[in-house]
Design a binder for this molecule. Structure first.
Ligand SMILES: *[C@@H]1O[C@H](CO)[C@@H](O)[C@H](O)[C@H]1NC(C)=O
Ligand SMILES: *[C@@H]1O[C@H](CO)[C@@H](O)[C@H](O)[C@H]1NC(C)=O
Length: 509
């Protein structure tokens, strides 16, 4: 109604005609409004309904971990290409990458250390017993890191408010593990964004009576007691050591930061539940069916790499070998260990072992975090080609199966190419990803993160022999192709800006 109020106040246009238009033809009304907007904008009262993208700055923060930064950077580029100016906040180790993404993306460094952990913390983590590693890392990044990111964001928000007062909407997007957003959303003192958006590059982590909690490696129950069983599992979630210790540490930190409440939810739920919008990578079809999904969830499909970046990668000998193998009718198997748990003895080396006698297969192994010579001692041997990095956008279209540790990004990249997967791995969101792969029959799930040579051989064989997996993945690919990250984000942003302007309009009048 703000617009109509303005019309009455200024008496610029025939009121009756406009009201009639609004009632009987909202479409025309919108157009009429667009036509009159400039005249009204030039008056004392500003209307923000038409705030151009070039004046709508977006703050986007990414956790300082490559596989996260890489995805969030692609979102930032898609939005910069639409004309939004962007401030991209992450650790200094990604300064060069973040600064060269797009002319209108400005890098803003996180305060404190350059990387998510310091050298000493990496060393300490390496010396811990396996069951303590994930907790140690998560506590430092998600709990202790919360003050640093909170302080950085407050500094950025302060600069923005100093420059624009309340004349521009403060729109903040955060990669879900950037927990520095949460204290302000839970009432800690400071500047709160007008609209906050979480970006989830993993399956939905919200509590739901239709699924088990995040840490449980199980598919949802389907019987009549399913909801009660799931509900009970949420009640009992703090019997899980990792979940309990992480929540206790998080709650203590929130209190310390002034977000004082009687009780707090579990961190994983809160990180996705607190923002105004939740932008989700993927598609609803690659998810558990949920009856309690909120309406502020927006799927944006998969992320595309910019063609320019991909062209830079020049791996002539590998491509020649792959092309030759294809000509000879061989199957191409790609294998990657991922970026968080990088023990090659768990998946990568056993895969090479499992397939070493198959001369109808060429295996392309990517070591990502280290040079292949340093760990495998070779780059070319028998039916294996090893490389540190390969642009998957180029390799996967030539591939028959991807063996991976179940990272969501890897599964999505496979899906955007219609390539079935064999997934092992555990920790982070990997158990959910693996179960979803099994549930949707787009590949084979292997138990644990070190499933062993025989299980890997069997799994790869199954996917290569049974065309069902490829067919199902092809179907997912078609669904995924209907989404466009820029279009989805842009729609949500425009709506958020309109909502903000409407709220402001009331204040002005
Ligand atoms: C960057 O933003 C300015 C101001 O909005 C715009 O004129 C320019 O075209 C943008 N540059 C690119 C490469 O999009
Ligand atoms: C889940 O079930 C419990 C017990 O029936 C109920 O109290 C709770 O509100 C339900 N949660 C949701 C999100 O529906």
């Amino acid at each position: 109604m703000a617009f109509i109020h303005r019309v009455i106040t200024f008496g610029l246009i025939p009121i009756i005609a406009l009201i009639a238009l609004q009632l009987y033809s909202p479409e025309t009304f919108h157009n009429a409004r667009a036509i009159f907007q400039p005249y009204i904008s030039s008056s004392r009262i500003r209307t923000f309904d038409s705030l151009p993208r070039s004046e709508t700055r977006l703050f986007i923060s990414a956790v300082t971990h490559w596989s996260h930064f890489e995805k969030i950077a692609k979102v930032a580029v898609a939005l910069a290409e639409l004309g939004y100016p962007i401030t991209l906040i992450t650790g200094r180790i990604f300064k060069n990458e973040a600064s060269s993404l797009h002319p209108n993306i400005t890098f803003y460094p996180l305060l404190g250390q350059d990387d998510k952990l310091t050298e000493e913390q990496y060393a300490t983590m390496a010396s811990l017993p396996p069951e303590e590693v994930a907790l140690y890392r998560s506590r430092l990044v998600l709990v202790d890191g919360m003050s640093t990111t909170h302080d950085t964001l407050q500094q950025v928000f302060r600069e923005f408010r100093d420059q624009h007062g309340n004349d521009r909407p403060l729109l903040s997007f955060y990669d879900v593990p950037v927990t520095g957003h949460l204290p302000i959303l839970l009432g800690a003192p400071g500047i709160k964004p007008d609209v906050s958006f979480a970006i989830g590059c993993h399956p939905i982590l919200l509590d739901s009576n239709d699924t088990y909690p995040f840490h449980i490696d199980k598919r949802p129950e389907t019987g009549p007691d399913a909801r009660a069983i799931h509900w009970k599992a949420y009640q009992d979630r703090h019997q899980d050591y990792f979940t309990r210790e992480l929540d206790l540490a998080w709650w203590a930190k929130l209190r310390e930061m002034g977000a004082i409440q009687d009780s707090y939810g579990s961190m994983l739920h809160a990180a996705s539940a607190l923002p105004d919008h939740l932008m989700m990578m993927g598609i609803p079809e690659f998810e558990w069916p949920r009856t309690d999904l909120r309406s502020n969830i927006h799927y944006f499909g998969a992320l595309k790499s910019s063609a320019a970046k991909t062209r830079e990668e020049n791996l002539p000998s590998l491509w020649d070998d792959v092309a030759k193998a294809k000509r000879e009718g061989k199957k191409i198997v790609a294998v990657s260990q991922g970026t968080v748990e990088t023990n090659f003895d768990e998946l990568l080396i056993p895969t090479l072992e499992a397939l070493k006698d198959r001369d109808d297969v060429l295996v392309v192994a990517t070591t990502v975090v280290v040079e292949p010579e340093d760990t495998l001692g070779f780059t070319v041997r028998g039916n294996v080609r090893a490389t540190r990095f390969v642009p998957y956008e180029l390799l996967l279209p030539l591939t028959d199966v991807l063996v991976s540790n179940g990272g969501f990004g890897a599964v999505m990249t496979a899906m955007s190419n219609g390539i079935p997967v064999v997934v092992a791995g555990s920790g982070q969101d990997k158990d959910i990803n693996k179960n979803l792969v099994q549930y949707t029959d787009v590949g084979v799930k292997l138990e644990g993160k070190a499933p062993g040579v025989d299980k890997i051989r069997e799994g790869v064989g199954k996917v290569l022999d049974d065309p069902m997996y490829k067919k199902n993945m092809g179907e997912m690919r078609r669904r995924l192709a209907a989404y466009d990250v820029g279009r989805v984000f842009d729609g949500v942003i425009r709506e958020a800006v309109r909502g903000w302007a409407a709220g402001k309009g009331e204040d002005v009048l």
